[in-house]
Ligand binder design. Structure first.
Ligand code: GAP
Length: 449
């Protein structure tokens, strides 16, 4: 299927079924801004929960944090973002298009039939550096003294809390601080649906290590983060690790490796695992005058740890999970669209479908659903033929459909249909919860190997 087709189909399905809507749509939209609908919010929350579980909950060397989006502007001066967080911007004098000068081959001039910037024969300006941070003002007066920035990464909130976490949670390197939250960048060329937007969520972790141990942890986190996507069902052959060339490194890092996914529009970054050295802790130490160091009781010396940072995008991961799950198949001469999402990520875990709207079947289905919904998000649907109802659930990735039929009143059992294999199994009503639980959570264990 051509790449544009897959993306167009995903965008359309997302809107139609309530995963993702264009933001501000009734006012004509706001470029590259998206709202997550009822199913999208569940999917995205499941992505974040899976990350938090693997990165914080299941480890005893990582703790969590939720720092403010607005911080002192000093934070961004110290981190280098005020001076260095820029992209080169050029304008076309003819078509008035604005482009990132370092990525012209992937951008399109608004004039037709020209393709790339400059091909409309317009004169391009010299590149100038454009800072990607959004500015706002704290308090009622819009003056330079009250400028604040919307954070462009969650990482700095972690660095400035290094001493707080160290002392309050009695940690010592190697240990990490993790955080999930919104970040903002005034991107020159946002696009590709959820891939690059101006407001997005990050899942970042700063792992503080003794300086002579950084290489081991750099390798370790590359593996751990790569396997996280595989464990959640992403096809291994659509993932790869790519080490950055020296010319690609951000101002703070000395090495970086990206986990890339083969999106319909090509191989692109899902997350970066960066070796940030002691850059950030030293910068904040210098600017704040507060030493951000660890006292090693064995050597009786203070030292500044080095940092390995796995930094993932939640929206980008959500897009990758959607792209990877999107499947079109021929079933009994008909096309079925199915989102083969990992059961842990699926927004609805089980749909309750009374075969017909009589003989007490809807009431029985409701009662069962109520019991299961204390544990999982569920859905009830009594309208239309059963085949159509299955297809509707396939399209939003519901892994199990539970059908209550005429026999249920006699044998106290229901039919459970598996989304991917479409096989059906009879399960006793009083075993249903544990049956689903084992498959949904067990599926994580089995994916773990
Ligand atoms: N603290 C390091 C850092 O922010 P980054 O590579 O700039 O590194 C980390 O961002 C991740 O955040 C990216 O790999 C990507 O998944 C996500 N991300 C960055 N910019 C984004 C944008 N404009 N839209 C969506 N996701 C973005």
């Amino acid at each position: 299927m051509p790449a544009e087709d897959t993306m167009a189909k995903l965008v359309s399905l997302s809107k139609r079924r309530g995963f993702v809507y264009p933001a501000s749509e009734i006012y004509g939209g706001l470029a590259s801004s998206w709202d997550y609908g009822p199913l999208g919010v569940e999917l995205k929350r499941n992505v974040k929960d899976a990350w938090w579980q693997a990165t914080v909950q299941e480890r005893d060397d990582v703790v969590g944090l939720d720092s403010a989006i607005l911080q002192s502007p000093e934070v961004w001066r110290a981190s280098g973002h005020v001076d260095n967080f820029t992209d080169p911007l050029i304008d076309c004098k003819k078509c008035k298009g604005r482009f990132r000068a370092d990525d012209l081959q992937n951008q399109y001039c608004p004039e037709k039939p020209s393709k790339h910037p400059g091909e409309c024969e317009g004169e391009l300006t010299e590149a100038r550096q454009f800072n990607l941070m959004f500015k706002t003002f704290v308090g009622p007066v819009e003056e330079d003294a009250s400028v604040a920035y919307l954070r462009p990464e969650t990482a700095q909130g972690i660095f400035i809390n290094f001493s707080n976490v160290l002392t309050s949670s009695r940690r010592k390197p190697p240990f990490g601080i993790a955080q999930i939250g919104k970040s903002f960048r005034n991107e020159i060329t946002p696009g590709n649906f959820l891939f690059r937007t101006r407001e997005f969520e990050q899942m970042e972790m700063e792992f503080f290590v003794p300086p002579d141990d950084w290489e081991r942890w750099y390798q370790e986190w590359q593996k751990t983060r790569f396997e996280w996507y595989v464990d959640l069902g992403v096809r291994r052959d659509r993932l790869r690790l790519r080490e950055h060339g020296a010319d690609e490194l951000a101002h703070y890092s000395r090495a970086c490796s990206d986990v890339e996914y083969e999106f319909p529009f090509g191989w692109s970054e899902l997350e970066g695992i960066a070796f940030r050295t002691d850059y950030d802790l030293l910068q904040h130490t210098e600017r704040s005058g507060k030493p951000l160091k660890f006292f090693d009781p064995q050597s009786k010396e203070h030292y500044t740890p080095y940092v390995i940072e796995p930094a993932a995008g939640c929206d980008r991961a959500t897009l990758a999970f959607l792209c990877d799950a999107y499947t079109e198949e021929q079933v009994e001469g008909e096309e079925r669209v199915v989102l083969k999402l990992h059961p842990r990520l699926a927004p609805i875990k089980a749909a309750f479908l009374p075969l017909v709207k009589k003989e007490g079947m809807p009431e029985r289905a409701r009662k069962l659903q109520q019991a299961v919904s204390r544990r999982f998000p569920t859905f009830f649907d009594a309208a239309a033929a059963i085949g159509r109802r299955y297809r509707r659930q396939d399209e939003v990735g519901t892994p199990y459909c539970v059908t209550i039929d005429g026999q249920t009143a006699e044998d106290q059992a229901v039919t459970v249909r598996d989304r991917d294999s479409m096989t059906q199994e009879r399960v006793a009503e009083d075993q249903l919860l544990s049956f689903l639980d084992e498959r949904i959570h067990g599926s994580l264990t089995s994916a773990d190997g």
